[in-house]
Design a protein. Structure first.
Length: 174
């Protein structure tokens, strides 16, 4: 009977120690999983913050480039653009180019497609404005046609902004 009591005691002690080890390992696993979830959440939040900043800059710089093109056309109609006017237009173009380049590395395809359409339209109008300014327009390029093309960019900007807002979860396409 003494051996049986010792075996029962040993099994009881081993069970108690085993249970505490299993509990500790389970707690460590749960803590590791919690840390992984927090890191994943932080990564998603950081990527969203990065996209939001990029989209804000791209929206702003695209609108400013469009406005600069419009202003430049007005200045040209009123008698010609000076060096300061050209510098303002070129600075707006450069700012847009930089933020568009960033978006190419960050934005998902749906947003990038809309941003590419805006970029293409802005650069097309810019080229037309420069040719008019030099007095060397292509066939069909007049102040009126370039002005219409510039005004059409606003619709593309709305589409780009809607794509960005949908990607950020601010609004939906419904």
């Amino acid at each position: 009977m003494e051996i049986g009591a010792m075996v029962i005691a040993a099994v009881g002690v081993a069970g108690t120690l085993g249970a505490s080890l299993l509990t500790q390992r389970g707690a460590e696993r749960a803590k590791r999983r919690e840390i992984e979830l927090v890191r994943a959440h932080d990564a998603v939040r950081d990527h969203l913050t990065l996209r939001r900043g990029c989209y804000t800059a791209l929206n702003r710089d695209s609108r400013q480039f469009t406005t600069a093109l419009n202003r430049h056309l007005h200045v040209m109609r009123e008698g010609g653009a000076g060096d300061a006017d050209r510098e303002v237009l070129d600075a707006a173009k450069a700012a847009h180019r930089d933020t568009y380049s960033e978006a190419q590395m960050i934005a998902p395809d749906a947003v990038l497609g809309a941003a590419t359409a805006v970029n293409h339209a802005l650069n097309l109008v810019y080229g037309q404005v420069k040719r008019l300014e030099r007095g060397d327009p292509e066939e069909g390029e007049t102040m009126a046609t370039v002005s219409r093309a510039q005004q059409e960019v606003w619709g593309l900007l709305r589409e780009m902004r809607a794509a960005m807002r949908e990607d950020l979860g601010v609004s939906s396409s419904d």
